[in-house]
Design a protein around this ligand. Structure first.
Ligand SMILES: Nc1nc2c(ncn2[C@@H]2O[C@H](COP(=O)(O)OP(=O)(O)O)[C@@H](O)[C@H]2O)c(=O)[nH]1
Ligand SMILES: [Mg+2]
Ligand SMILES: [Zn+2]
Length: 352
């Protein structure tokens, strides 16, 4: 029997479950998301579950359950169940669906901490880190940065200089699989009942690191084949595991870049560490572009804010505005459609 408390079940979730019309049914946490079904950890073991029609229709892509979600289900037999309801999702990671500007897809939820992993060989990219940090801030998830493969050598000065504005608030851990001590430091950051997600491009060493944390091979690692440059296929897919006495770990498949899926200017300013300057701008609605008395521009001129950081800030802000504009359009269209349907229903009544 699994003790779901170890998997993060708590009184708040219990209270939320009481609000559901299926409050008397079994609950569980999605451990793996397949195309049309979910592996759910319950007090009755791991069940392979499908969604009821009700859960399937009338939902946006982003509203389907994902790994880490808490669901209510009905057991069908020892191995199968059916998902009837989902508890309100919070602290989730999303990615933009390929080829869209505002359609998001959830990849993990109910996350307390996110380890954003980059490798120091050629993957280190501070602009990409900023995007991760922004999304985590928007979701209220605590960020940590892990820079892997220190054994391959890197320029510490360059890394520290580029990370300065972020490392000011976010812990940065350096790891190598050849240093058990560096792995222990990561483990010490995870507390019981807490869910930590590992995210970053594929090949940076997420699965290898989780295996080291666990002390055995729980995740298949990605070996790049010399001849084809492609990774080996994995057979059994694991996404969420319990690290006894520590917490729940979620491994995410390679997420290269997160699109900006929110438009919170305060979070952006904080992530980019320009918030202290912003407060000193003459106008409270200052856009920091060409206004008189702009403290942000002054700080860029004096070198207190790096030119690249400032440019990155403007770029992320444009993307955030673009995202919220297309969200707004979508909602407007949704409302228009709803009113057409309402009219149609009225007319049908009239004809009856
Ligand atoms: N030199 C070195 N190689 C590492 C380290 N961590 C992972 N790797 C290698 O990087 C490759 C990709 O690792 P993997 O864990 O599958 O990456 P993932 O896609 O992020 O899960 C594998 O060949 C690992 O052996 C490290 O600290 N140092
Ligand atoms: Mg992996
Ligand atoms: Zn300003």
């Amino acid at each position: 029997m699994k003790n779901l408390t170890q998997y993060g079940w708590n009184t708040k979730l219990q209270q939320q479950k009481q609000q559901s019309s299926f409050a008397d049914m079994l609950h569980g946490r999605v451990a793996v998301t397949h195309k049309t079904c979910y592996d759910v950890i319950t007090d009755d073991g791991l069940l392979s579950c499908e969604l009821t029609g009700n859960m399937l229709y009338g939902r946006e892509t982003s509203e389907y359950p994902c790994t880490g979600d808490w669901v209510i289900l009905q057991k069908i037999d020892d191995a199968k169940g059916i998902i009837l309801d989902m508890l309100p999702r919070q602290k989730a990671l999303y990615r933009l669906k390929a080829g869209t500007v505002s359609e998001k897809q959830a990849i993990a939820s109910h996350i307390d901490k996110a380890f954003v992993v980059q490798s120091l060989d050629d993957n280190f990219n501070v602009r990409r880190l900023e995007r991760f940090m922004l999304q985590l801030a928007d979701e209220g998830i605590e960020p940590l940065i892990i820079l892997t493969k220190t054994d391959l050598g890197y320029d510490k000065d360059v890394v520290e200089r580029e990370l300065k504005h972020i490392a000011y608030k976010v812990p940065v851990l350096f790891t190598s699989i050849f240093s058990a001590q560096s792995v222990d430091k990561v483990r010490d950051c995870i507390s019981p009942g807490e869910t930590a997600v590992f995210t970053g491009s594929s090949g940076v060493g997420k699965s290898t690191l989780i295996n080291k944390l666990f002390g055995s091979e729980v995740f298949e690692t990605y070996e790049i084949s010399d001849s084809t440059g492609k990774g080996r296929h994995t057979t059994t897919r694991r996404e969420m595991i319990l690290l006894p006495n520590y917490g729940v770990l979620i491994d995410t498949p390679g997420v290269k870049v997160f699109g900006v899926t929110n438009n919170d200017k305060d979070n952006l300013a904080q992530v980019m560490n320009i918030d202290d300057f912003e407060e000193k701008c003459r106008f409270s609605d200052c856009k920091h572009v060409n206004e008189i008395g702009c403290a942000v521009i002054a700080a860029v001129r004096s070198g207190q804010i790096g030119q690249e950081v400032y440019e990155s800030y403007l770029k992320l802000r444009r993307e955030a505005e673009h995202y919220s504009a297309s969200e707004y359009e979508k909602r407007k269209q949704g409302k228009a459609l709803a009113s057409v349907i309402k009219d149609m229903k009225k007319n049908m009544k009239y004809l009856e």
